[in-house]
Design a protein around this ligand. Structure first.
Ligand code: SF4
Length: 527
């Protein structure tokens, strides 16, 4: 059936592939893109939906780090990996995806990825306008309504073809999303620390009712034809696409696709580090061969987009069996960027060097008598371990104090023995360190800035890894050198309670890692 005819002679195919399971939708993505890159299919505009709901990681992400697998399995939520980059999403039955699979050689297709995001986003913006909703593009790849995200976009390339996709939130189940995904709270750094509901919206909330699927479909088609100015005809899969799809369905439902490509090799020593760069969070799992002091394998993951898609794998391959010398790693990364010229929006070679530098720095801890396990539980700011000495203070988080203690939100402790903070106060005083309870994030900023102003050398302290990653740039900006020890048990970040914690209102109790803290303090006091 001919749906829409515009002036252009260019004819595109329209596919509404209906409701599918995660592996089927992803297999179709891959098959359509491959066939287009082989010129075995026309340029295509596709609409898609998922059922059951699917928790999908971006191509470069790790399932283990991003998805709460047991919750998903118990609640019939498919788990899979997209062929596109970006962050983890929960694609439930109420969302509608639109995709453009086309040749990159078309005159009106922007060559730069950022410009392509903007163009694809206009499809959603016009569709929303048809419902009377004023939406706009939010760089790098979102569509927002009054500051609240209603749609995200992402894409990938294959040869001369591209696949770019957008999702439209028709209704939104914030609770299920929070439970299914390990929300990377580090991301909140770029946005307000507020509830998910304050940062996201959907058609139902904007309109007060849920439009019928056919209405939304027409609105998206209208958006597409207005932006691309082409003729659209409803079509079917080509024979080549059907053949590719038959094989792809098996591949994209396999454990190998979903897990193994990013799963850590076993029996090696792993050092972890991370950096929140402008274009997303970069996580590094450096698998180190201790005997030869070489990188056995580096696994780089995160919610960024990389074009071409294989960039990260090629960078990892370049660093396999590489020396751990950071200068040489830096040279290799810079050379890789010069030769490869990848397009990773918001991320530069330096960001990868930084994340490797943080990991290799940790090796000096081994020489200082820490165990392999300790190494991943000690973090430094504004300097390396060896250069951070003679700290005068020990900063302790209020959340480790007993829940019923009247001093929980105060900078004091009677050392009554009812929580790990009391022991840490005793430890600090024995070593002539001033213990300070940090009662909220602003207090931390003020304390560090004032210590720096007063000419203090450094601080020791304790916080969880998520807090450290999230505020790493703040620590560096303030510039007071410090060594931090990871917290022992569940933190506000794992419980999605970051907002309360930030304001000093986190109600749960965490546990200081007293053994490691004591080890650090006693070693440093002897230096
Ligand atoms: S040790 Fe200190 S912080 Fe902990 S319960 Fe006792 S007085 Fe409160």
């Amino acid at each position: 059936m001919l749906l829409i005819i515009l002036n252009s002679m260019e004819s595109w195919r329209f596919l509404d592939t209906g409701v599918k399971r995660a592996h089927e939708n992803i297999a179709l993505d891959d098959s359509l893109l491959k066939a287009r890159s082989e010129s075995e299919a026309k340029n295509t505009f596709r609409l898609l939906r998922y059922s059951p709901p699917a928790a999908l990681v971006g191509f470069h992400q790790s399932i283990e780090l991003e998805i709460r697998e047991s919750f998903c399995r118990e609640n019939n939520i498919d788990i899979n990996r997209r062929i596109t980059g970006g962050g983890a999403i929960l694609f439930d039955e109420s969302q509608i995806g639109w995709e453009i699979i086309a040749s990159r050689n078309l005159e009106f297709i922007p060559k730069k990825v950022d410009a392509l995001y903007e163009m694809i986003s206009k499809v959603g913006i016009i569709a929303l306008k048809n419902f009377g909703i004023k939406a706009c593009f939010r760089p790098r790849n979102d569509i927002e309504v009054n500051g609240r995200k209603i749609s995200g976009t992402g894409g990938t390339l294959e040869g001369d073809a591209f696949l770019f996709q957008g999702t439209l939130l028709v209704d939104f189940d914030a609770e299920t999303m929070l439970k299914a995904l390990r929300i990377p709270t580090e991301k909140l750094k770029d946005k307000e620390i507020d509830s998910i509901k304050d940062r996201v919206t959907c058609l139902k909330w904007e309109l007060g009712y849920t439009p019928e699927y056919d209405e939304i479909k027409e609105a998206l088609l209208d958006g597409f034809t207005k932006v691309f100015k082409v003729r659209v005809e409803e079509g079917e899969l080509t024979e080549r696409e059907k053949n590719l799809y038959r094989k792809a369905v098996r591949e994209f439902s396999s454990e190998e696709w979903i897990y193994t490509t990013r799963r850590n090799p076993e029996n090696r020593f792993n050092i972890y580090s991370a950096k929140k760069a402008e274009g997303g969070l970069i996580r590094l799992n450096l698998v180190v061969d201790i005997k030869s002091m070489k990188i056995h394998f580096a696994i780089i993951s995160g919610d960024f987009f990389a074009f071409p898609k294989r960039t990260i794998f090629d960078l990892e391959a370049r660093l396999k069996d590489h020396t751990l010398e950071i200068k040489q790693i830096e040279e290799t990364i810079n050379k890789f960027f010069d030769e490869y010229n990848p397009d990773i929006p918001g991320i530069e070679a330096k960001d990868f060097v930084d994340v490797f530098s943080k990991a290799t720095e940790k090796l000096s801890l081994l020489e200082n008598g820490f165990t392999l396990e300790d190494v991943n539980r000690i973090y430094t700011v504004a300097g390396s371990y060896d250069k951070i000495n003679n700290a005068e203070v020990l900063l302790l988080p209020y959340c480790s104090k007993a829940k019923e203690c009247d001093l929980r939100y105060k900078n004091d402790c009677r050392k009554c023995g009812k929580c790990s903070v009391g022991k840490a106060y005793e430890m600090a005083e024995k070593l002539n360190l001033e213990p300070i309870t940090i009662v909220n994030y602003e207090h931390l900023e003020e304390t560090l800035s004032s210590l720096k102003k007063k000419g203090y050398n450094a601080f020791y302290g304790s916080c969880c890894e998520s807090f450290y990653i999230k505020h790493y740039n703040d620590f560096e900006r303030i510039g007071l050198k410090g060594i931090l020890v990871d917290i022992e048990n569940t933190t506000c970040y794992d419980l999605d309670r970051v907002k309360e914690a930030h304001k000093g209102k986190f109600k749960e109790q965490t546990e200081l890692n007293l053994k490691l803290l004591e080890k650090l303090l006693s070693k440093k006091s002897k230096e």
